[in-house]
Design a protein around this ligand. Structure first.
Ligand code: HEM
Length: 477
């Protein structure tokens, strides 16, 4: 017998389910995209489903995106939705362990640290790390686990640029294990239950202490050595940052902000880079177009990559954007509803205690907003940019690249979110992924071993490619 939870008055329709408490967890877990789309057809843009005892209200379409991303803090909060997952990993005093106003200040610190001057310094570092890494591909052609490759490249480049050379230099030894154990605590089950007594959580807690202390030691050593010319965020956080009330950001907070940045960027950027290479392999004509773009901008494929060149590599930019449109790493954005919340232009009222969920992937993969939406076509953004005259978000520094022109919340394309919780890592993510791609396509193209794209793995924190094997082929140009 199909069960129906008793709706509260005016609650959006509830998706029927078989097992109490579990609700739609299984159908939703197997193929969430199908789940969201099918229920959207049946119930419209707003519906409730039960997920392990929680009432989740899915909000779709551009209005639904706006409703979630621009919801007021008096009505909803992100802390209650994300705390059990993130606080044990990031630590105390930062992000979702503090009130929203403090998070806003902490995000401003990082945003200011990601200055154009610093990003400029990162390009040669990312190029060098990538070149060194791919130097091991010494065959004419071979099959590689590309998710493994991009994860390595992202952690090496992120730690080198953001965390500093001391962290990067320990990546082959102690730091890698600490990262691995901490990362083990970053799994969906921890969204739902606080401090589950499972072995991975024990390792997570130990790893947090080790990483935190490791960062504190580096800060101390830096103060003693007094070297000033550094572009990493550790340097910025530990020397420049003061809250509005005049209090200096403490080393403990800086250490935990760095952990949060590392975790926020690691899987999101690794999976985006891996999917980008899969889409290129599916559309091999793009390799030559990317190489030609580099020749046009830089004169040759041997010229070192620079920040100004990266800015001008529009097709590279559009490859990343298009990848994010089709494989947005974060499937759903959650908030907990703290008082009964009416949905504008409907008769629905979401009862206090429910969660609202934005799923911008559904709009960014919908024919309603993008022609032949499921097709990978980076060139579609050239037309889009012309029509929209590259209208950038006023609140955001214009670095000259990225998806910033669609970052208003009433948009079908929001891979970095919008509103007060919007990602501050976007410029770095674009810079990092574009520089890695630009370096790789100079020497290699890729092929799909089975002539088809891998399926999506929805069981992990970000949408990853299942069996992520790809064939690299050295190009002699
Ligand atoms: C927030 C996506 C890379 C740091 C977000 C949000 C999204 C997102 C969707 C909004 C979450 C919400 O509203 O609940 C991505 C994607 C990335 C990426 C797709 C890469 C392709 C990064 C990087 C960093 C970072 C590299 C750090 C350098 C943050 C921070 C927030 C955030 C601090 C703010 C959280 C909040 O205010 O609640 N990101 N991100 N992200 N991201 Fe990213």
């Amino acid at each position: 017998n199909v069960l129906y939870a008793r709706p509260h008055s005016n609650e959006p329709p509830i998706v029927p389910y078989w097992v109490p408490f579990v609700g739609s967890a299984v159908t939703m877990g197997i193929d969430p995209i199908k789940f969201y789309r099918e229920n959207q057809k049946k119930y419209g843009d707003y519906y409730t489903f039960i997920l392990l005892g929680r009432r989740m209200v899915t909000c779709l379409g551009t209005e639904g995106n706006n409703f979630v991303f621009n919801a007021k803090i008096a009505d909803v909060n992100a802390e209650d939705a994300y705390r059990s997952l993130t606080v044990p990993v990031f630590g105390r005093g930062v992000v979702y362990d503090v009130e929203n106003a403090i998070l806003m200040e902490q995000k401003k610190f990082v945003k200011s640290g990601l200055s154009v001057e610093n990003l400029r310094a990162y390009v040669p570092m990312i190029e060098m790390e990538t070149k060194n890494y791919i130097a091991r591909w010494n065959m004419k052609s071979a099959v590689e686990n590309i998710y493994h490759v991009t994860s390595q490249l992202i952690i090496m480049t992120a730690s080198r640029c953001l965390l500093g050379e001391e962290v990067r230099s320990k990546l082959d030894e102690s730091f890698a294990q600490i990262f691995h154990d901490l990362d083990g605590g970053f799994q969906p089950i921890n969204f739902l239950f606080e401090n589950l007594p499972i072995p991975s959580n024990k390792l997570r807690d130990q790893a947090h202490v080790k990483m935190h202390n490791f960062f504190l030691e580096i800060m101390k050593a830096r103060r003693e050595s007094n070297i000033k010319d550094r572009h990493d965020i550790m340097q910025y956080l530990t020397t420049e940052c003061k809250y509005k009330d005049g209090r200096k950001l403490s080393d403990e907070e800086s250490a935990n902000i760095m952990i949060a940045m590392l975790m926020a960027g690691q899987h999101t950027s690794s999976t985006t880079s891996a999917w980008a290479l899969f889409f290129l392999a599916e559309n091999p004509e793009l390799f030559e177009q990317l190489r030609q773009e580099q020749i046009k901008v830089l004169g040759s494929l041997d010229a070192p990559l620079t920040f100004d060149a990266i800015k001008k590599l529009t097709l590279h930019d559009n490859v990343v954007r298009e990848t994010l449109r089709l494989r947005s790493p974060l499937l759903c954005i959650m908030r907990k509803v703290v008082r009964d919340l009416p949905i504008p232009n409907t008769n629905y009222v979401i009862p206090k205690g429910s969660y609202i969920q934005g799923v911008p992937t559904i709009s960014s993969r919908s024919d309603e907003y993008f022609e032949q939406a499921e097709k990978f076509n980076p060139h579609r953004w050239e037309i889009f940019d012309k029509q929209n005259n590259k209208e950038h978000d006023d609140d955001f520094v214009d670095y000259g690249f990225g998806a910033l022109n669609m970052s208003k919340a009433r948009s079908p394309f929001l891979p970095f979110g919008a509103g007060r919780h919007r990602c501050i890592g976007e410029p770095f993510a674009y810079l990092q992924i574009k520089t890695i791609l630009a370096t790789i396509v100079r020497t290699f193209k890729f092929e799909l071993p089975d002539n088809k794209l891998p399926e999506c793995d929805f069981t992990t924190m970000v949408v990853r490619p299942k069996d992520p094997f790809i064939r690299y082929v050295r190009v002699d140009y």
